[in-house]
Design a binder for this molecule. Structure first.
Ligand code: PLP
Length: 395
């Protein structure tokens, strides 16, 4: 169906941080399936582990215990603040699970009849009906009304606005079940969370028995240089959603929940494919390879290198750029709104320079390369970006 504006490229092969099109042209991939292929393309460990898994067992059903699922859940729990995991297939689906959990928690623990979930403006939580309603961007709602009841929005990182929205909803008693929020807004323009804001958010949620649920779909699994985005903010959520990097290019999503926030019982929620042996083998391989190759360190070092290089571009092309923001290997180059080119224009121009880039809204060019990217590849990325800036003359 006609749901995507696609670049004029047909990609058919990949290796590491590189992909080739049908004409044999080689591209440096700073998109990585939009922050997904963290081990790059056609990774040897992934190929081996998944081929072996295909030869053993691919899919059964959650009617049975699945050892690979238990092992991946154990890994996640041991490396995070979570205590239990529900597996699904995508970010939107993980957030749907979070929304259902929040509503049930609100009914049970706060006695709320019609629970409200507060989310941030400019957020992105996925395209299913509830996840898109949670997404605080009206452009994604348009045409699909009526959207789902029980959501309201506050400006990201704005404590006063959050507090007054909370007070407004709670004026006549408990009404808010949860806050669902990204530690760093990815799609909405690479906006990092503010530590003070998140600390206060945590305090207000604790004081009112409101669940703080973080959407870690884009930032989780090491993208920011720590396993989870919430570690950059020095807080711990009650639950967090994962997808993208978790499967390194395979469809795996998860909702991770802490202690007694887990109010699900058998029959409350399910997914046919969620957590099957193949998907969980992919997740386990990603987790173990990130550990074995010390990729968190690589993300920190290459992230700093990338950010410094991008800052250099900002100084060289002040007519194009306002600045750089991001954590680790999720960086956004912010364009001047009046510079005459948009981020999608630059991402399109990058194709001629054999570089893959993706926009995050009209004014932010996003870089989310595989976590394995080398220092030489970061230099090449910056060199190609510089060439794009040189040849891009604003109209
Ligand atoms: N949440 C965040 C923060 C995302 O960045 C995305 C996708 O970009 C989603 C949720 C939706 O994930 P999916 O496309 O896997 O449904």
């Amino acid at each position: 169906m006609n749901t995507y504006n696609r670049f004029p490229l047909r990609l058919e092969r990949g290796s590491g941080c590189w992909v080739w099109d049908q004409d044999g042209r080689r591209f440096l991939d700073a998109v990585a399936g939009i922050a997904t292929c963290c081990l790059g393309h056609s990774d040897r460990a992934m190929r081996r582990a998944l081929s072996r898994q295909l030869g053993r067992l691919q899919h059964v059903s959650n009617l049975y215990n699945i050892p690979e699922q238990e092992e991946l859940a154990r890994w996640i729990v041991q490396h995070s603040c979570g205590d239990s995991v529900f597996f699904c297939n995508s970010g939107a689906e993980a957030n749907e699970a979070a929304i259902k959990l929040a509503r049930k928690h609100g009914h049970l623990r706060r006695g709320i009849e019609r629970p409200v979930i507060l989310t941030a403006a400019a957020s992105f939580h996925g395209r299913t009906l509830a996840a898109v309603t949670a997404t605080g961007q009206p452009k994604y709602h348009r045409g699909f009304e009526p959207v789902v009841d029980g959501f309201d929005y506050f400006p990201y990182n704005d404590l006063d606005a959050f507090q007054s929205l909370l007070e407004q909803h709670e004026a006549n008693g408990p009404a808010v079940a949860a806050v669902l929020i990204e530690p760093l807004q990815g799609e909405g323009g690479v906006n990092p969370g503010d530590k003070t804001f998140f600390r206060e958010l945590r305090r207000l949620c604790d004081a009112n028995e409101i669940l703080l649920i973080l959407d870690e779909v884009q930032v989780g699994m090491g993208r920011t240089g720590s396993w989870w985005g919430y570690q950059q903010l020095d807080i711990e959520p009650d639950a967090f959603s994962l997808a993208k990097g978790l499967g390194g290019g395979h469809a795996v999503g998860a909702l991770v929940v802490r202690g007694d926030a887990d109010v699900f019982e058998p029959g409350d929620h399910a997914s046919t494919f969620g957590g099957n042996p193949f998907a969980c083998r992919a997740g386990l391989t990603v987790a173990r390879e990130i550990e074995r190759r010390n990729l968190l360190r690589n993300v920190q070092e290459r992230g700093t290198q990338l950010q410094e290089g991008l800052n250099g571009l900002v100084s060289r092309y002040p007519h194009l750029f306002l600045g750089v923001r991001g954590w680790g290997l999720l960086q956004g180059l912010v364009l001047r709104p009046d510079c005459g080119v948009t981020a999608p224009d630059l991402a399109a121009a990058a194709i001629d320079h054999q570089l893959l880039l993706v926009a995050a809204g009209p004014n932010v060019l996003r870089m989310v390369p595989p976590l394995i990217i080398s220092a030489r590849e970061v230099r090449l990325l910056l060199k190609r970006l510089d060439a794009i800036c040189r040849t891009t003359s604003p109209t």
